[in-house]
Write a protein that binds this ligand. Structure first.
Ligand code: FES
Length: 578
């Protein structure tokens, strides 16, 4: 247990006289007495609450619960706000700013008298961004999410966030849903505060935070408006003070074994493909390399066990009452390393020892997985030499082996302009290709990969066709969608060379994605290829374009990943006069 003088914050409050005077006086100016803070661990509360992020709207209240817990345990809570990443409002994509949020929090921790931190997250990117920061800063840290939102109903039918929007949007485009009906759905679509109520990226990432051991067990899926959430906030506040006293840091929790457990859990959940990118980035912050191929290897031996939208039927309230992610991990306990340390101070094995599924229609048994053959696959071939990803759990089995002629969209705007045109020469056998929608290409790696099914096919009753891009897909989306093609088109990947009418072969069983154009012709096209010019000549987007890594490396910035053991060390600031 660190003594008061060994606390990191003591350099600010009990160091050189003049400096300590200044810093203690700053606390006093906020109404605190010396007895309120002297020798106490200072707990930062990194709050991603914002009016610009509806999914994180309840974090302001939860922060009060965290503060209560910190105070009860003898710590001093100091709340601070970071940039908040709301999927809905941020354009072109919240993903553009994930690394900025991670930097914001890491640098706030570095610069301030903080001994440990509570990370308040909910919407998709807020969770990985905070964990990337915590992994780099390596101060005691614990995460708490806001939970999934309540379910709205339209004419008696439950509405799954994202998933049902895409479904009803297709109905509307096909002319089978009136404007009045569409607006009725809108009225009951976002039913209150909290994250998407499907197993989209938000719930996938918070589940994985719990699986990694960075969140209190059994808490990730508690609904946003459930009073247990405030109880967990208080418990989280208490626990972070204990973590500081125990000096239990992320470096002991975020180990290679913990990341393997998280990948297994992702696969058993049939979770979002976005988690692949985030797990690689988070591991990279601890100097751990996860090759893309590892997801495929583990997919082949991990059963897909969760019957949740978008791949299945249920929503997050059912997942929580069925036992949540602890129950999923308990179901695959023989595939996990149960000795990994967690923020409880106990092992993962201890945490899940009493967990089990309480509803076999939601969290199914190993003997009867939701679907055979794994939830994700990694594809290679001349079209994706460094890999591409497909969520097999949400794809059409009949399209898993398919060869078709390409219809190419050079960018997102062109796709929007042409996709519903009666002149689009598309059939159900076509392969839609979207270029220049990757990390550098936009920039920001948006969720444009789920290209809409063209209107004229929808009107013929077609609901899915093969789509390929260097983009991502919302965790709430579904379909036979090949994503994260790497290298991306804007970086000179083969995807940039595809032309209308080219034949493309997708063979998921053999993990192949092949452009059936001969090498001489591809060499000719490559010689003529010009990289797209960007309008971003300055500012953060320019920094992003210049330094973002490709999807198979997690899309972190090259300078944020430690390239040596020495670079893993969190360099402390000189605590002197400002
Ligand atoms: Fe924020 Fe889904 S849009 S969690």
């Amino acid at each position: 247990m660190p003594t008061a003088s060994a606390l990191r914050s003591s350099q600010w409050f009990a160091g050189r006289e003049e400096l300590a005077f200044q810093n203690r006086s700053s606390l006093r100016s906020m109404g605190l007495n010396p007895d309120d803070f002297a020798g106490k661990p200072v707990i930062g509360i990194a709050n991603s609450w914002s009016d610009l992020n509806n999914c994180n709207a309840n974090l302001r209240e939860l922060a009060e619960g965290v503060k209560r817990g910190v105070l009860m345990e003898g710590g001093l809570p100091l709340e601070f706000h970071s940039i908040s990443l709301g999927e809905e409002f941020m354009k072109p994509s919240a993903m553009l700013y994930r690394n900025l949020m991670a930097m914001d929090i890491e640098e706030t921790l570095r610069a301030n008298p903080i001994d440990g931190v509570v990370l308040l997250c909910n919407c998709d990117k807020t969770t990985p961004a905070q964990l990337m920061a915590a992994a780099s800063a390596d101060l005691p840290a614990i995460q708490l999410n806001g939970g999934p939102r309540a379910i709205g109903y339209w004419r008696g039918n439950p509405i799954g966030s994202g998933t049902d929007l895409w479904k009803y949007s297709d109905e509307r485009r096909a002319g089978r849903l009136s404007l009045d009906e569409w607006l009725e759905i809108e009225a009951s679509y976002g039913c209150g505060v909290g994250a998407c109520n499907t197993m989209g990226t938000a719930s996938t990432m918070t589940s994985l935070s719990e699986a990694l051991g960075m969140m209190l067990p059994g808490t990730a899926s508690i609904p946003a408006t459930d009073s247990r959430r405030m109880q967990v906030a208080t418990a989280t506040g208490r626990r972070i003070v204990q973590l500081v006293r125990e000096d239990l840091r992320p470096s002991r929790i975020l180990t290679p074994q913990a990341f393997e457990n998280a990948i297994r859990t992702l696969l058993a959940l049939g979770g979002s493909t976005n988690a692949i990118v985030h797990l690689i980035a988070m591991a990279g912050r601890r100097g751990i390399t996860i090759p893309l191929s590892r997801f495929d290897e583990l997919s082949q031996t991990t059963p897909f066990l969760v019957n949740m939208a978008p791949s299945g039927r249920h929503l997050m309230d059912a997942f929580d009452s069925a036992g949540g992610v602890s129950a999923v991990m308990a179901e695959i306990r023989d595939l996990l390393d149960l000795n990994t340390m967690t923020i409880t101070g106990r092992t993962l094995g201890d945490n899940i020892s009493r967990s089990r599924s309480f509803n076999r229609d939601v969290i199914v048994s190993r003997e009867k997985p939701v679907r055979d053959g794994g939830a994700l696959a990694v594809l290679k071939g001349n079209l994706s030499p460094s890999g591409a990803v497909i969520k097999t759990a949400a794809a059409s089995p009949k399209l898993m082996t398919h060869t078709g002629h390409a219809i190419v969209f050079r960018d997102y705007e062109e796709m929007l302009d042409r996709i519903d045109s009666p002149d689009l020469p598309v059939t159900a056998d076509s392969v839609l290709v979207l270029q220049n929608a990757g990390p550098k290409g936009v920039p920001g790696f948006p969720e444009w990969g789920s290209i809409p099914v063209p209107k004229k096919l929808l009107q013929d009753g077609v609901t899915d066709l093969v789509r390929i891009s260097d983009s991502r897909m919302s965790g709430t989306s579904y379909g036979t969608v090949v994503l994260h093609v790497t290298p991306e088109a804007a970086a000179g990947g083969t995807l940039a060379l595809v032309q209308d009418g080219d034949l493309i072969e997708l063979n998921v069983a053999e993990r192949r994605l092949q452009l059936l154009v001969d090498d001489a012709e591809l060499a000719r096209r490559r010689a003529a290829w010009q990289p797209p010019t960007s309008k971003h000549l300055r500012g953060y987007p320019k920094l992003y374009i210049d330094h973002v890594l490709q999807a198979d490396e997690g899309c972190d910035f090259d300078f944020l990943r430690p390239e040596s053991a020495e670079a893993l060390e969190f360099v402390q600031p000189i605590v002197g006069r400002s």
